[in-house]
Every structure is written in C-alpha cells, then in structure tokens.
Design a protein around this ligand. Structure first.
Ligand SMILES: C[S@@+](CC[C@H](N)C(=O)[O-])C[C@H]1O[C@@H](n2cnc3c(N)ncnc32)[C@H](O)[C@@H]1O
Length: 286
C-alpha cells in the first residue's frame, strides 16, 4: 500500500505483494516524492545507492547480540536500552532493521520506518531468513503517518538521528510517544563533528569547523550527495526539553582498548581519547 509522503507499508499491517509497482498508488507516490523536502529526496536517492554496501553489516547485526556504534560496544556495557518487554516500539530510519530485530527478540512489538526501499529490501529478506517479522514502512521519519501516542519506545541508530532535521524529527518522535515513553538515539558526537574534516580523511586534533551554529552538513563529493544533521549539546538539550523530554543519560562512547577501526575517518586511537559517538536517552514527561 502506498500513501502520501511516498510511504508504503508491509508486514503485519499489510500482506500481499510488496513490490512498489504492484501498488495502484505508485504513480501518486512518485508524484508526492517530488514534494518531499530536498534533504529527504537526496538522502533517499543516496541510500538507495548505498544499500548494497550495508548488506553484510545488516546480516552480521541481525545474527548478533545488541552492540552500539562503529566500535560494536555491547549493550551489556552501555545499558542504554530499557526493558522493552510488551512495549510498542518504533525505529526511525531502521535501515536493515537489526535494531528492531534485537528489540523483537527482547519482547517488543516493533515497527520500523525507513526512507530507502533498497534498505528495506534487505530488511525484509533478513526477516524471512530469521523467521522474525514486524511491521516495516517506507517513508520519512520526519512525518510518520501514524496516530499520536502510538508507541512506548522510539529508537534511531544513525537513522533519523543524523539524516533528518532534528527540529522536525525530534518533535515528531515526541508526538508518536505516549507519556513516559523513551527515545534512545546513537549519533556521531557533537565534539567529533567539530573535528571531522570535509573529505574522507582521518580526523585529527585540529578543530575544522565552528561548534556554535552546527546544524546541516553536506559532504562535497561526486559519490556523496547526502545531507546530515548534528547539533551542539546546548542546542540539543534545549530542543529536547522544548519537546517535553527529560534527559536521562548521555553516554559518550569510548573505543575499547583492542578496537580497530572500520572507518578510516575515525582512527581507534583518536576515539580512545575523545568521544566519536554518543547515545542520548530521553523520556517524555508524564
Ligand atoms: C546508517 S543507516 C542506519 C539504520 C540502521 N541502524 C542500519 O544500520 O541499517 C541510515 C538509514 O537512515 C535512513 N534514512 C535516511 N533519511 C531518512 C528519513 N528521512 N526517514 C527515515 N529513514 C531515513 C536511510 O535510508 C538508511 O537506511
């Protein structure tokens, strides 16, 4: 089923043929896609192109216990997940949906939304291979066509949390959550972003961009037309509080002593001294 905002559903909410062309609403959805915000359209095209590179990581993570970020730090060490048994959970920018797979195994009723049909293809194949099915939706996490207060838990691991405008997706997450519901989101640390060079070279100890005013990032390159978003801590705190969230934790991830990098831009030695990633844990006030 396709609907406005280029959105389609599959899984428990809908059965049948999952191919976009099988849907009578497809032409309409294509037309609506033209109306998507520019960064959502660019990120959709980019992630459809990148999806093949993320298959192996999806397969590994579906088969693993929960770990976070590029250093694969075990959840047992970070403790950012609440007890999700019996909770309605939404993953905002689920990609290959391994986080929702972990949460489903822990007893949550999961929904995942992602902007890329190609990423969702991998997610659906892995659902079938693992015999673990939950709702998957194609659409933007900046505007989720589900009622207010539908979920007890929301999570975004490098999904909406970096590819959506925080001034749009965080209020949207707050809308989707019930009072008392938690939102957990791992991202690149704001500290790291002030050091991150424009091109794909390793971060150094030189500050390369202003911290104040940090918001929208583009990486000028022929292969990368994506748009990312990162906020300084003070801005993030004010935004979260304005959306009725109280901050329970901010976990700055340190690369473990034996870590080796998978991303040349982030050497392990750097991330053992300074935080390359951080996880926000916030709760909507009752
Ligand atoms: C690095 S992946 C993270 C997802 C998941 N943790 C994974 O690794 O498969 C980033 C995902 O965010 C998705 N994304 C980007 N913009 C989005 C948006 N506006 N709404 C929903 N998902 C979005 C991309 O399509 C991509 O699948």
């Amino acid at each position: 089923m396709e609907s406005a905002f280029g959105l389609s559903l599959s899984g428990p909410l809908e059965g049948g043929d999952r191919s976009p062309s099988a849907s009578p609403g497809y032409a309409w959805a294509e037309m609506v896609q033209e109306l998507l915000p520019e960064h959502i359209r660019r990120n959709r095209e980019q992630w459809d192109r990148w999806a093949a590179d993320y298959v192996a990581e999806g397969e590994r993570s579906w088969a693993s216990e929960p770990t976070w970020g590029i250093w694969w730090v075990p959840e047992a060490d970070l403790n950012v997940l609440p007890d999700v048994r019996g909770l309605d959970s939404i993953e905002l920018g689920c990609g290959t949906a391994y986080v929702s797979a972990w949460l489903t195994r822990r007893g949550a009723r999961c929904t995942g939304i992602d902007n890329s049909q190609e990423q969702l293809k991998t997610a659906r194949r892995l659902q079938d291979e693992h015999g673990l099915h939950f709702t998957l939706m194609h659409g933007s996490a900046e505007r989720v066509p589900l009622p207010d207060a539908s979920f007890d838990f929301a999570i975004s691991e490098y999904g909406a949390s970096i590819w959506c405008d925080p001034y749009v997706w965080i209020p949207e997450a707050a809308r989707l959550l019930r009072p008392g519901g938690r939102l957990v989101f791992p991202v690149n640390s704001a500290f790291f972003m002030a050091f991150a060079p424009d091109d794909d070279v390793a971060v150094t100890t030189t500050l390369v961009r202003p911290y104040f005013g940090m918001h929208r990032f583009e990486w000028p390159s022929e292969e990368d037309n994506s748009v990312e978003f990162h906020l300084p801590h003070g801005e993030m705190v004010r935004l979260l509080r304005s959306c009725w969230f109280e901050i329970e934790n901010l976990v700055e991830i340190q690369a473990p002593p034996d870590a080796t990098t998978r991303y040349p831009g982030v050497p392990a030695e750097w991330a053992q001294k300074w935080p390359s990633e951080e996880v926000w844990v916030v709760r909507k006030k009752e």
